[in-house]
Design a protein around this ligand. Structure first.
Ligand code: T46
Length: 137
């Protein structure tokens, strides 16, 4: 898959320690690119399961595989890019008007999502043709 949107992975500050690693994410961290207004996580996805399959008009998000591994496809209406998230020290930036699909979940995967807005079903575009029409030339 090539010619799609750039994959932007933001490095998180890891406090390494002989006892293990710790990542703290705080509001106001300019490196994240937006203010965090909501946090949620996805886990226990059955084998072969997929999530996403929509875009957001305004919402920006950072996705972090805090455990396990998940495939993400980003589609800007022109091309598609694929990335595998499996490093808890990196956050994938998913901007507004970006169709996303999540698949290939490894068993035990937990995907943490930091979101720029409160939940709003009106912000979703869940129909792919409507998404193409919205981003189209
Ligand atoms: C995204 C991917 C990565 C809420 O009530 N509050 C929330 O904050 C969220 C995220 C969802 N919901 C409700 C809406 C649906 O009734 O939970 C249900 C499942 O949501 P959805 O089908 O949108 O789940 P995913 O995993 O397909 O998508 C979610 C996010 O919605 C989406 O923004 O980028 O995770």
């Amino acid at each position: 898959m090539s010619g799609g949107p750039p994959i932007v992975l933001i490095p998180l500050h890891v406090r390494r320690d002989p006892r293990g690693n710790l990542v703290a994410i705080e509001p106001g961290d300019g490196a994240l690119g937006f203010e965090i207004r909501r946090v949620y996580y996805i886990y226990d996805v059955p084998e072969g399961g997929a999530r996403g399959g929509h875009a957001h008009k305004k919402l920006r998000q950072l996705m972090i595989a805090v455990a396990g591994r998940v495939g993400i496809v980003l589609d800007d209406g022109v091309g598609r890019s694929r990335v595998t998230l499996e490093d808890p020290s990196k956050a994938l930036l998913v901007t507004e008007m970006m169709w996303r699909e999540m698949d290939r979940f490894a068993p035990g995967t937990v995907c943490l999502v930091l979101a720029s807005e409160a939940f709003d079903e009106g912000d979703y575009i869940r129909d792919y043709d409507a998404f193409l029409a919205a981003v189209g030339p």
